[in-house]
Design a protein around this ligand. Sequence first.
Ligand code: 13P
Ligand code: ZN
Length: 275
Amino acid sequence: MDFRNLNEDIFRVAGEMSEVASYLWQKGWAERNAGNMSVNISEFITPENAAAIANDNPPFYSLPLSLPALAGNYFLVTGTGKRMRDIARDFDHNAILIRVSDDGNGYLLIKYDPSQPNLMPTSELPSHLSIHEQLVTEGKRERTVVHTHPNELVSLTHIRDYCDQEALNNLLWGMHPETMVVVPEGAGFVPYLLTGSLEIAEATLQKFKHHQVVVWEKHGCFAIGKDVFEAFDLIDTLAKSALIYFQCRTAGYQPEGLTQEQLADLKVLSEKFKS
Ligand code: 13P
Ligand code: ZN
């Protein structure tokens, strides 16, 4: 199915998702089908577009959650089991356009390819849509959710001392000044839970009330942004801090880290940037 004919905004969003998919692959964070993305594109669907893309009998799938704030909303989502490197080169055959049903209890496959019955939304859809529901309910500006498996951050969560939100953030902030500036509220931390489950979706949602990035123990992380680039940048910044930590350790040294006073100055700076 050709997503790009709908309108130029959707064409642009699909292009941005493809571009970030290529970054995730190049970073080495996207083995096989690792990672997924979703973008709420409802603001770009005009009544004419909605009529043009309406199918007579779009397949409906119920969800084990209720999404009243998303009723009727449209999302571009990556397909389950699809490779980021394939999404980067051929978005239309590796991603899907869905619409949350009017009762908010499921979704319809709007743009789908009947010749590809296995092209279904990501298995992390419960987490993605719960996060979008919270973003819309709270009137937030973010419209994008990105999930990936950054080696550097996953490695940190194999160290028991850093399976603690405060210790994790203190380490990450201390490795590079930009980390406090870009992610001043730090990452939320979710202890290990089964991937794709409602439990992990619920735990993640709680963390997104106060954070823009959430790290899943021994798995990866989720980030939100106004676009996929913003979400990617948050993950990239945290992953760089983690990499600096491991590079110092690999060289045989315990990194010194920034002092509490230096971090306090950076926090003030980050507040200036925000205002
Ligand atoms: P999907 O292929 O279903 O998107 O799953 C990838 C993944 O990273 C699961 O956490
Ligand atoms: Zn994953």
